[in-house]
Ligand binder design. Sequence first.
Ligand SMILES: NC(=O)c1ccc[n+]([C@@H]2O[C@H](COP(=O)([O-])OP(=O)(O)OC[C@H]3O[C@@H](n4cnc5c(N)ncnc54)[C@H](OP(=O)(O)O)[C@@H]3O)[C@@H](O)[C@H]2O)c1
Length: 220
Amino acid sequence: MRPFVFVNVAASLDGKISDESRKQLRISCKKDFERVDKLRAESDAIMVGIGTILVDNPSLTVKNPKLRELRIKKGKDKNPIRVVVDSKCRIPLNAKILDDEAKTIVAVSKQADKSKIEELREKNVEVVVFGEKKVDLKSLLNYLYKFGTRKLMVEGGGTLINSLVSEKLVDEIYIYYSISLIGGKESPTIVDGKSFIKPIKLKLISLEKFGDGILVKCKF
Ligand SMILES: NC(=O)c1ccc[n+]([C@@H]2O[C@H](COP(=O)([O-])OP(=O)(O)OC[C@H]3O[C@@H](n4cnc5c(N)ncnc54)[C@H](OP(=O)(O)O)[C@@H]3O)[C@@H](O)[C@H]2O)c1
């Protein structure tokens, strides 16, 4: 068993989610930030790859106090659980995602340094070990489901999205396209890594003009 999994990303019209510096770019508009905040508030957990943590250092919390209050009224924590996929346990000890705003789970593989795992555990961070080299995503999702996660939001990056899609672990994908071009063959895209054996056809749920861009929702 696994949670309902959806991916949400912001991209340029040429499908790039950053430029070749890989640093965080402001691709979304204000209205889209509000939509993403609401999606976070409605999720039980939010997942990102370590690549995103190392360059963007996001806190992945709900920003709107009203949305936090609503979660508390429903008997939930003010923020969803944050999950980092990090085989070698490279996460910096001062990463924002390790603050005490929410529970964080760092998923590592057997490759991870044991003393680093201990350091995280001493900071009350939950560390789970799944997989030999890369994190075994199926086992991780099964674990999250077992401990109550029914709705999982994946916020990138492209490498993690590729693995999840390849392993058929994604139900829906929402892409906010800003009306812009980023360019560059080294710039990360929505789905990086190796191309699929054949194109994966999705079913369109909706397509709308949204804020300053276009919002496309699809299911697998
Ligand atoms: N525009 C947006 O909406 C948005 C959102 C998020 C990120 N981004 C951008 O995306 C870029 C980062 O993306 P990224 O592709 O470099 O990194 P990523 O997808 O965030 O993280 C990938 C890393 O996760 C680890 N990992 C462990 N097990 C894995 C598995 N089974 N499958 C896949 N990955 C696994 C691997 O590192 P180890 O082998 O070390 O574990 C892998 O390199 C940045 O430029 C960031 O700004 C944009």
